[in-house]
Design a protein around this ligand. Structure first.
Ligand code: SF4
Ligand SMILES: [Zn+2]
Length: 406
C-alpha cells in the first residue's frame, strides 16, 4: 500500500501546458513504485542463514516441551503441557506469510509422519503420559488440522491420545481448515477440544496491509459458526501493535477488536508484538521505525476492556464472565518485547500475568513509575499528529522524515 499526498503535483508553464514538477514533501513514500508486502515477507526466509538453520534441526525431536500453570474450562487452576512440534510449517507461509511470523526459523520442509510420531512419543515420555496435567497444547507453527502441513494419521494420533488420556486439548488453526468435513471427522475422534485461531485483528484493512494474514474477518466469523455447531471451544489471538501502527492506534483498535470477538470467544489471548528474527517487523525495528508496545499500554488495554469481558466488574470464574482475557507479554521487559523504562518492567509484567489468571483489576493497584508520563505523552502526540507510524521516541533521523513516515 502506498498513498501519496503531493502538495504540488504539477505547475503550469508559461505556454499553458502542464509540466510535472519536482514533488514537494509527501506524507508517505516518494514517487517510486510501491513494494509488495509479500516480497518483504519472503526475502529473509531464502537467505543462506535461514536455510542452514532449517537443515540443522533434528526432525525426530519436538522443538520444545514444557509445562505451565493454567486454568481448566470450569476455571479450576491446573497444569498444562505445551508441545511445540518440529513441522513443515504453515502453508500460508509457503505462499506468502504474516509480517511478524518468525516460525520459518524453526521448521524443516522434510518432516514426515514417522518424525512427528517420534516427537509425540518423546513429549509423552518426558511428561509421563501427561500424568498430573489436565491440559495439553499441541502447536505446530501452523495448523494441526491442515493436511498439507500435518499428515492425517498424525492429526488422528493427537486427537485420539488426548481423548483417551482424558486431557483437555488445545490446537491452533487458521480459518480455512475449519471446514464442516474436517470438524465432523475430528469430533468423531475427539468431541471436546479447543481451537485457537490467530485472528490478529478484527479489521480487514489491518489484516491485509499490516499483517498480510491472507484471510478476512468474515472468514473468522464463518469458522466460529462451524466450531459452535460442533460444540468446540474457541480461543482467539489478537495482535497488539502490528507493524505500521502507532501506539495510540494499537490501543484504540485492540479495544474494538476485543469488543467484536468477546461474545464468541471462550478466551481472548492478546499477543503484544515481540520481534522475531528475519521478519518484516524485525527490519522495521532494526531501522528504528518501530517500538514494541509499552507495558503501560497493555495495562490500559486491560483496564478499558475489563468491562467487555466482565460487564458487572467481576473477576475470572464469576457469573458475569463473557470471555477470559489473557496477556502473556512474550519477552516482556526486553527491548524486543513489550517494555517500559527498564526500572518498572518486571513489576508491571508480573501484574499483567497475575491478571491473566485472576481477572481482577486489583492486580494493578499501586502500580506506577516516572515513565508513565512519557508513555502518556506519546499517546497524546500520536493522537494529535497524523503520523502513521507513530511518534515514539526511539525513532531516529530528521524530524521531517519521521513525520513523513517514508
Ligand atoms: S498464519 Fe500463523 S503460522 Fe502462518 S504465517 Fe501467519 S502467523 Fe505464521
Ligand atoms: Zn518505568
Amino acid at each position: 500500500m502506498q498513498i501519496l499526498y503531493s502538495r504540488e503535483s504539477a505547475r503550469k508553464s508559461d505556454g499553458g501546458a502542464t509540466i510535472p514538477s519536482k514533488r514537494g514533501i509527501t506524507i508517505l513514500g516518494d514517487d517510486s513504485k510501491s513494494l509488495k508486502i509479500h516480497h518483504l515477507v519472503k526475502a529473509p526466509a531464502n537467505t543462506p542463514w535461514a536455510k542452514e538453520r532449517q537443515q540443522s534441526w533434528d526432525a525426530s525431536f519436538p522443538a520444545t516441551v514444557y509445562s505451565t500453570p493454567e486454568m481448566t474450562i470450569d476455571g479450576t487452576p491446573c497444569s498444562a503441557v505445551t508441545v511445540i512440534l518440529r513441522t513443515k510449517g504453515c502453508h500460508w507461509w509457503w505462499s506468502s506469510g504474516c509480517t511478524f511470523c518468525g516460525y520459518f526459523n524453526d521448521t524443516r520442509d522434510d518432516v514426515t509422519s514417522a518424525d512427528l510420531h517420534s516427537q509425540w512419543e518423546h513429549a509423552k515420555k518426558k511428561f509421563n503420559n501427561f500424568e498430573g496435567h489436565s491440559m495439553v497444547k499441541v502447536y505446530t507453527s501452523g495448523s494441526l488440522l491442515e493436511d498439507r502441513e500435518i499428515p492425517v494419521d498424525f492429526q488422528e494420533t493427537v486427537l485420539r491420545d488426548c481423548f483417551e488420556l482424558g486431557k483437555e486439548l488445545i490446537v491452533e488453526s487458521r480459518t480455512e481448515q475449519i471446514t464442516e468435513a474436517k470438524l465432523a471427522w475430528a469430533t468423531a475422534i475427539n468431541p471436546n477440544f479447543t481451537v485457537a485461531i490467530g485472528l490478529e485483528a478484527y479489521d480487514d484493512e489491518v489484516l491485509r496491509f499490516h499483517v498480510n494474514k491472507g484471510f478476512t474477518a468474515a472468514s473468522w466469523d464463518r469458522a466460529v459458526e462451524r466450531l459452535q455447531k460442533y460444540n468446540l471451544r474457541i480461543k482467539t489471538y489478537l495482535m497488539f501493535k502490528p507493524p505500521f501502527m502507532s501506539e495510540a492506534d494499537a490501543l484504540d483498535h485492540c479495544v474494538r477488536w476485543i469488543e467484536a470477538v468477546a461474545e464468541q470467544s471462550h478466551e481472548i489471548s492478546i499477543n503484544p508484538m515481540n520481534i522475531q528474527r528475519g521478519t518484516v517487523i524485525d527490519r522495521l525495528h532494526r531501522h528504528r521505525e518501530y517500538r514494541p508496545p509499552w507495558l503501560w499500554s497493555l495495562v490500559e488495554l486491560i483496564q478499558i476492556s475489563h468491562r467487555i469481558v466482565h460487564p458487572n466488574g467481576g473477576k475470572n470464574g464469576d457469573d458475569d464472565q463473557v470471555s477470559r482475557l489473557i496477556i502473556h507479554p512474550t519477552a516482556g521487559g526486553k527491548i524486543r518485547g513489550s517494555h517500559n523504562c527498564g526500572q518498572c518492567d518486571s513489576e508491571v509484567v508480573a501484574a499483567i500475568e497475575r491478571y491473566a489468571v485472576s481477572g481482577s483489576l486489583d492486580e494493578f493497584n499501586g502500580l506506577d513509575c516516572e515513565c508513565k508520563k512519557r508513555w502518556n505523552q506519546e499517546l497524546t502526540n500520536d493522537r494529535a499528529i497524523p503520523v502513521p507510524l507513530g511518534t515514539s521516541i526511539p525513532r531516529r533521523g530528521l524530524l521531517s522524515e519521521v513525520l513523513r513516515s517514508p
